[in-house]
Design a protein around this ligand. Structure first.
Ligand code: UT7
Length: 319
């Protein structure tokens, strides 16, 4: 038995405003039929006044702490994955720290776009396992609605806002995060990027994506990294109870499960309700499936994501 980072609790938060495909079709030339057929998305949540990445993150974190039965003062580490921070600096993690009333802990943001949560989880897991902190908050939170070009129908229908959080604690035993694997290939910058930034245009910029090409890479990379992480944990795909994937497109979820020989019933799907919430999507899907009873203690899970960079990664977890 060795010290492991275990998931002690989860929480999530969504903006108040739910936007249907029909509502979007009033703004851009699209239709509910096209969006559902090509993506599986039926609605998304869009942040309003007073709702930001940090406020959503703090709400998700409070719910995760409550589920874990842990007081904020016990947290020694906050790692927050986001590509849409409240400010260029300081980190949104430190804003969340202040909102939770934590006087002193390690707090920083991780930026790997849609794979951000897998990167944050890997960093936090390693810091908990090796003793930098005993209790950690790992958060994925985004307000992509604020970097969308609302006149570009090829991107604006795909994304939504939200946050998800996990509390990790250290435990000696068999359960916990068993293995993680991360990748990046920076040659694909121009397939998925934001056309602005502090050091280039001095503006925030808007999201741009060549969707069809991203799709092609996603299916190949995700199937590979899921096999890789299962191999690293000494497990086979038929032992998996649930895949908790990044929620980008229903067709990607189906194609990836098929490649691994996993039945569709073992894949947690929330893209229909939340759309693509980038770094928030994996913990948001995880928390949804824990709270509705799909994911149970003892289940073997594979978390996976792929996004801008490109970046991609996976984690094998005994919950
Ligand atoms: O989270 C990071 C990872 N991101 C992803 O994984 C996204 C990956 N990509 C995708 O999910 C899909 O490629 C999309 C959903 C973005 C697009 O689906 P597609 O089947 O690849 O469609 P397409 O881009 O090939 O476009 C097909 C047609 C085009 O018209 P033409 O050129 O055939 O006349 C588009 O102009 O659909 C048109 N189109 C739309 N029509 C109605 C594109 N967006 C829309 C829209 N409504 N919103």
């Amino acid at each position: 038995m060795s010290r492991k980072a275990v998931i002690a609790g989860s929480g999530s938060a969504l903006p108040k405003r739910r936007v249907s495909n029909a509502e979007l079709a009033e703004q851009v030339e699209t239709s509910d039929e096209w969006i559902v057929e090509r993506t599986g998305i039926r609605s998304r949540y869009i942040a309003g006044d007073g709702e930001t990445t940090a406020t959503l993150a703090a709400d998700a974190a409070r719910r995760a702490l409550e589920a874990a039965g842990i007081d904020p003062s016990e947290i020694g580490l906050i790692v927050l994955a986001t590509a849409t921070p409240d400010q260029t600096f300081p980190s949104s993690a430190t804003k969340v720290q202040a909102m939770l009333g934590i006087d002193d802990c390690i707090a920083f943001d991780v930026h790997a776009v849609c794979t951000g949560f897998l990167y944050a989880l890997t960093v936090a897991e390693s810091m908990v396992r090796t003793g930098s902190a005993d209790k950690a908050l790992v958060i994925g939170a985004e307000t992509f609605s604020r970097i969308l070009d609302w006149e570009d129908r090829t991107t604006c229908v795909l994304f939504g806002d939200g946050a998800g959080a996990l509390v990790l604690t250290a435990e000696d035993g068999d359960r916990g995060i068993l293995a993680t694997r991360l990748h990046a290939d920076g040659r694909h910058n121009d397939l998925l990027y934001v056309d602005g930034g502090p050091s280039t245009t001095g503006t925030v910029g808007k999201l741009r994506m060549k969707g069809r090409e991203v799709f092609r890479h996603a299916v190949v990379n995700l199937a590979e990294v899921m096999n890789e992480v299962l191999g690293a944990a000494g497990l086979s795909s038929d032992e998996v109870d649930w895949v908790v994937p990044h929620q980008a497109n229903m067709r990607i979820l189906d194609a990836t499960a098929k490649k691994l020989g996993l039945p569709a019933e073992k894949v947690v799907v929330t893209v229909n309700e939340h759309a693509n919430t980038s770094a928030a999507s994996v913990p948001l899907a995880f928390d949804t499936a824990v709270r509705d009873g799909r994911i149970k203690r003892g289940d073997l899970l594979v978390l996976e994501a792929m996004g801008g960079g490109f970046t991609w990664g996976a984690a094998a977890v005994r919950y």
